[in-house]
Design a binder for this molecule. Structure first.
Ligand SMILES: NC(=O)c1ccc[n+]([C@@H]2O[C@H](COP(=O)([O-])OP(=O)(O)OC[C@H]3O[C@@H](n4cnc5c(N)ncnc54)[C@H](OP(=O)(O)O)[C@@H]3O)[C@@H](O)[C@H]2O)c1
Length: 349
């Protein structure tokens, strides 16, 4: 079946989605029974739409050549918001624009408008989920819409699917994880001898840290992910302000090296636990044995341990992060959503 996708944001992640569709859409069709059509793409310069499906490679080439997608398809610099979504005729909105934790825009407006137009939502951006969790889920549920967000919680980590499809019959009482690849990379580089400034620069050089790494190194990104995972898996209704936060800016090399000599590593851990007083979450530095699942994760690796009674700890880790891994995670949500909607067979071919 055809599944029409509107994409907001065409940076690393959005271009990763278009690259996957350009190179592998036949593969998705053959293996999962869905023909994924990109019917709209928006960036800050406007949008391109074609309800029959844009040519992803043409959109990529146009973006690279002219700086905006609005010069491809039936594109326009004035196309945005409601009119863009209407013109795309999409069933699913993929929200992959830059975001913030002040007003969650443009994702929050796009999400509400997508719901109003009968679209299901798949998020890469965290802002709307972190600032408006309850309202968003309520609006989606009363509109009969599905919201997926695996790409927001350490893509391509599968902790949400682990809970939903694997840990059936268990009670998840908490989790702990390395959910921010940039800070883990910096801590590893500093343990190996780099100064903080050198480690940040290396992370920027390999494309995992922003020019301004504040959200990563001050723990905001990990705290946002902790909020989303706690709300999704522990039934919490946390806000960012509910999560005490420590970052890695003031960690010193001697402390990292002393920990290593003792067979341990200093890690930035996001955790949340169900308690009689509600769900408590925090982000902070912890010394972990190098033999422990989280203590052993180096460079830009990430991992989560779910505590699921009566099984105990169930862990999942990933090696590969970044734009393409996140794009794969968005399309994984699209395929699973299509299965839930009956647009795709449950069992792969
Ligand atoms: N990169 C990752 O590995 C990763 C992983 C998980 C989640 N995420 C999240 O995914 C989102 C995208 O990440 P990214 O790495 O692709 O960021 P990026 O490279 O900075 O791209 C952001 C995109 O958002 C577009 N944008 C900004 N404001 C917009 C608006 N008002 N309307 C339409 N488009 C707008 C930008 O347009 P222009 O191109 O015109 O500037 C750009 O194409 C972010 O929210 C990020 O936090 C990223």
């Amino acid at each position: 079946m055809d599944v029409r996708l509107a994409l907001t944001g065409f940076g690393n992640v959005g271009q990763g989605v278009a690259t996957l569709l350009a190179e592998r859409s036949n593969d998705y069709h053959r293996r999962y029974g869905v023909r994924l059509l990109l019917t709209g793409v928006a960036d800050r310069g406007g949008a391109a739409v074609d309800s029959k499906g844009l040519e992803p490679q043409v959109v990529l080439d146009t973006k690279r050549r002219t700086g905006t997608v609005s010069n491809s398809g039936q594109g326009s610099p004035n196309l945005a918001g409601t009119r863009f979504l209407e013109a795309s005729g999409a069933q699913i909105l993929l929200e992959a624009a830059s975001t913030n934790f002040d007003d969650a825009e443009p994702g929050w407006s796009y999400a509400r408008e997508g719901l109003a137009q009968g679209m299901d939502l798949v998020f890469a951006s965290k802002g709307a989920l972190v600032l408006h969790w309850g309202e968003l889920m309520e609006q989606a549920s009363s509109a009969g819409r599905i919201v997926k967000f695996s790409a927001t919680v350490g893509a391509p980590l599968p902790e949400l699917e682990l809970a939903k499809y694997v840990l059936i019959g268990t009670d998840i009482t908490g989790f702990e994880g390395i959910l921010n690849a940039t800070s883990n990379y910096i801590l590893s580089a500093m343990t190996d001898g780099s100064t903080y400034a050198q480690a940040v620069r290396q992370a920027q050089d390999i494309g995992i840290a922003e020019t301004d790494p504040t959200l990563d190194v001050d723990g905001w990104d990990a705290a946002a992910k902790a909020v989303i995972v706690a709300n999704a898996l522990l039934g919490a209704d946390l806000r960012l302000s509910d999560v005490p936060r420590q970052g890695i800016r003031d960690v010193d090399r001697p402390a990292l090296q002393e920990a290593e000599l003792a067979g341990e590593a200093i890690k930035l851990i996001a955790r949340a636990t169900k308690t009689p007083n509600g769900v408590l979450a925090r982000v902070g530095r912890e010394r972990r044995p190098l033999a422990d699942v989280l203590g052993s994760l180096r460079d830009d690796q990430m991992g989560v341990v779910l505590h699921a009674e009566p099984l105990g700890a169930v862990a999942t880790t990933v090696q590969s992060t970044g734009g393409l891994a996140t794009a794969l995670t968005l399309l994984r949500d699209v395929v699973n959503l299509s299965r839930e909607r009956g647009w795709a067979p449950i069992l792969p071919k």
